[in-house]
Design a protein around this ligand. Structure first.
Ligand SMILES: [Zn+2]
Length: 274
């Protein structure tokens, strides 16, 4: 059986055809267009181009997931309060499931990744934006709790954040904030001081998260870190300095890189969750 997974973030819109047994079959990636209508049309056109019988579409979205779409997505404001579920199901005549983007990426890793996850596990997205979730098993069902780790305050009266607060984690390590502060990140070498500074903030965000959520494993995904796996080592070094009775579990990079979100959004169509 085949499904479509859609992963929409602050800068990318990815659409994939996913076979339940064999994983990703087809894959297209786009920049997020400025208008919501153009974004929906890209999804519709791509699904039609796949020209396959599908059982459903899963969408991974940032922000607060509602019945029809998303609200309060600070990195995707043009999608706020738009009826994306209805528009897609009316046009494509299949069930449409909406899912938090970070939870979708974690589910993708759990179902299709090559890493055998030890649950409970924490999944961090470190990309344009920053997010997290805990993946656990309760009564043999998968339970995913998403949390806005990027919007917890790490510096009192710090830098202004898109969410309206000051001093959020995302303003110190998010790809959009780093680019606004330091310019084109693709021009920065691995030795640049900005990565050492960002890793200090990222390690504190991990430490704070572990104070609230237990984890036997931590997985990192998202564009900033998947393009620079050495960041995990820098974060690990910082965490070693902060070691307390709250121990840091093993940390690694997602095995699915930028495809985790698509695979998980598709899997959300058939995996039973609580
Ligand atoms: Zn914020």
């Amino acid at each position: 059986m085949k499904y479509v997974g859609v992963d929409i973030g602050g800068s990318h819109l990815r659409v994939g055809l996913v076979d339940r047994e064999n994983g990703l079959q087809k894959f297209e990636s786009f920049s997020v267009p400025e208008s919501f209508e153009d974004g929906v049309q890209i999804i519709i056109n791509t699904v039609k181009k796949f020209d396959e019988k599908i059982e459903g579409i899963g969408l991974g979205l940032p922000g607060d997931i509602t019945e029809e779409g998303v609200a309060d997505a600070s990195n995707l404001p043009q999608w706020n309060n738009q009826p994306v579920r209805r528009l897609l199901s009316d046009e494509l005549k299949v069930p449409v499931f909406l899912f938090h983007d970070v939870a979708a990426a974690a589910l993708g890793e759990y179902v299709f990744g090559s890493i055998k996850l030890s649950l409970p596990c924490i999944y961090f997205i470190w990309g344009t934006g920053v997010g997290g979730c805990q993946l656990a098993k309760v009564n043999e069902k998968i339970h995913i709790s998403s949390f806005e780790v990027g919007h917890h305050v790490i510096v009192l009266d710090g830098k202004e954040c898109v969410c309206g607060q000051r001093g959020c984690v995302e303003t110190y390590i998010g790809g959009r904030s780093l680019a606004a502060m330091y310019g084109d990140l693709s021009q920065k070498t691995d030795e640049d001081q900005i990565w050492k500074d960002a890793s200090k903030y990222a390690s504190q965000a991990v430490k704070n998260t572990l104070a609230f959520f237990s984890a036997k494993q931590i997985i990192f995904g998202g564009g900033v870190v998947t393009k620079r796996p050495f960041l995990i080592e820098l974060v690990r070094e910082e965490l070693t300095k902060k070691e307390t009775f709250i121990k840091t579990p093993p940390m690694s990079l997602s095995s699915l890189e930028d495809q985790a979100g698509i695979l998980g959004a598709a899997a959300a169509c058939w995996i039973e969750q609580i």
